[in-house]
Design a protein around this ligand. Structure first.
Ligand code: ZN
Length: 463
């Protein structure tokens, strides 16, 4: 198996260095199974060879040369594979309630998009009051700009700040237990090209985890319902996608609270797993997250992977800071390292932009399928059923919620500092909004500047 993996990595690396595959198909919809010509012949001497070409892996892949920054649109969005109605019950989530009626949902009843929600609303005040018994660690809010703008905090091991050193705690999920098992996830949607990804996942009978942004959920609730009803795991990725360590305790409560609320309003269940935007988490954020019943999930990094960050970098194609070939090189490096570490792994990918969806469906996932990797939602790669992903259906005997859910007991101390650390930061995700066919939203300059600063900070080497 390992030799096959290495061979596929080598084939992908060659492909990543090529300007484009030989196929020229204009749509990623209707892709046939990708495993047609992948073979592993042996000649009796030396390692087996594994002939995988991009064209054979997914003949309908968009040519790499067409997956570029600030696209003219090269692929059309496709309709949702299914349309979900109120009262329907998901077949894959044992004990799940029926889908609620969302006809009455009004975005005006939720916070403005892409901003940290105000903390003086009745809802947020109620959530703050519910957490009044908790005592959160006295860790200072960080400044935007990441490690270079927070030199003291970056050197402070007691806060276990992932952004500056990839420190994580035992309460964070950063891997899957079983070697060569991929806990799959896509962040920052639902977005215009999410249906294209869903279509491919359905064709291949693959399930993933979607870390969704509340601002996107209220914009596309029907997308979220199809993701959920298709058997994918839904998890929290905050309301506005700001770096959480830059926010006050009350703002973090608002970010988590509104995200949980909008997902429950749309699905009838609320997730108990969350991913901090940019991976930006410290022990203060962890404590608030735990108090609100949320378990952090980060991609494989730091001590868990010999300081290799399992980040494809796909989010940055749209901004032009990495090429599609560069993302495939990152992916081959991830696969190479996946064969080395003793656990399974979690990779950072996104469904926000057209380019990242095209890479995932045309190249990354087909290659992983050809390698016979076990691709699972993150909750299931932890050996748990999908029902353990939601508060309403979680089996507390097998998956106890984080400390103190329900108002007791006091969280008087941060988790013990047992996490790993490394010498470099890592690129993370960012938040942006981009539609298609004229449906383009832009963030305010202030928000974009904040996120850019955070991203630059997270990319910088520190500590
Ligand atoms: Zn993100």
């Amino acid at each position: 198996m390992r030799s096959l993996v290495v061979a596929v990595v080598a084939a992908l690396l060659v492909a990543a260095q090529s300007p484009s595959p030989t196929s020229s198909v204009s749509s990623i919809s209707g892709a046939p199974p990708p495993n047609g010509t992948a073979t592993a012949p042996t000649n009796g001497s030396g390692p087996p060879t594994f002939a995988v070409t991009l064209a054979s892996t997914n003949p309908t892949a968009i040519p790499l040369a067409s997956i570029v920054a600030t696209l003219p649109v090269t692929a059309t969005t496709i309709p949702l594979p299914t349309s979900e109605t109120a009262g329907a019950v998901p077949t894959g989530v044992a004990g799940a309630p029926p889908l609620p009626n969302i006809l009455g949902i009004n975005p005006k009843d939720y916070p403005p998009l892409d901003h940290p929600p105000p903390t003086d609303s009745p809802e947020v005040q109620q959530w703050i009051a519910q957490l009044s018994n908790f005592e959160f660690p006295n860790i200072s809010v960080t400044q935007t700009g990441g490690c270079p703008n927070n030199t003291d905090a970056a050197k402070d091991p007691t806060r276990c700040w992932w952004t500056c050193g990839q420190c994580f705690q035992s309460t964070d999920i950063v891997t899957c237990p079983d070697k060569l098992t991929w806990g799959s996830s896509f962040d920052d949607g639902p977005a215009p090209y999410t249906p294209n990804l869903l279509n491919y996942l359905n064709q291949q009978n693959l399930k993933t985890t979607f870390f969704v942004v509340g601002s996107r959920v209220i914009s596309r609730p029907d997308y979220l319902r199809t993701q959920y009803m298709s058997g994918h795991q839904i998890a929290v990725h905050t309301w506005s996608h700001f770096p959480l360590t830059t926010l006050t305790n009350e703002q973090i409560i608002a970010e988590f609270g509104w995200s949980k609320k909008v997902i429950k309003d749309v699905l009838g269940v609320q997730p108990i797993y969350m991913r901090p935007p940019f991976g930006d988490i410290d022990d203060r954020v962890r404590a608030i997250s735990a108090a609100m019943g949320l378990t952090p999930v980060i991609w494989t990094s730091g001590k868990a992977s010999n300081n290799v960050s399992f980040d494809t970098g796909d989010f940055n194609i749209d901004a032009g800071t990495i090429s599609s070939s560069g993302v495939l090189k990152n992916f081959t490096n991830i696969l190479r390292n996946a064969t080395v570490i003793n656990s399974g792994f979690i990779v950072l990918e996104h469904d926000l932009f057209q380019q990242s969806v095209e890479l995932a469906t045309g190249y990354v996932l087909p290659a992983a399928l050809a390698m016979n990797l076990s691709i699972q939602p993150i909750v299931q790669c932890q050996h748990m059923p999908l029902s353990n992903a939601y508060l309403e259906t979680n089996d507390n005997s097998t998956n106890p919620l984080p400390t103190g859910v329900g108002g007791t007991p006091l969280a008087t101390k941060p988790p013990s500092s047992t996490g790993g650390s490394s010498s470099s930061g890592s690129g993370g995700s960012g938040s942006n909004t981009k539609g298609s066919n004229g449906d383009v939203k832009t963030l305010s300059i202030g928000i974009l500047s904040s996120m850019l600063a955070a991203l630059i900070g997270s990319l910088a080497v520190c500590c």
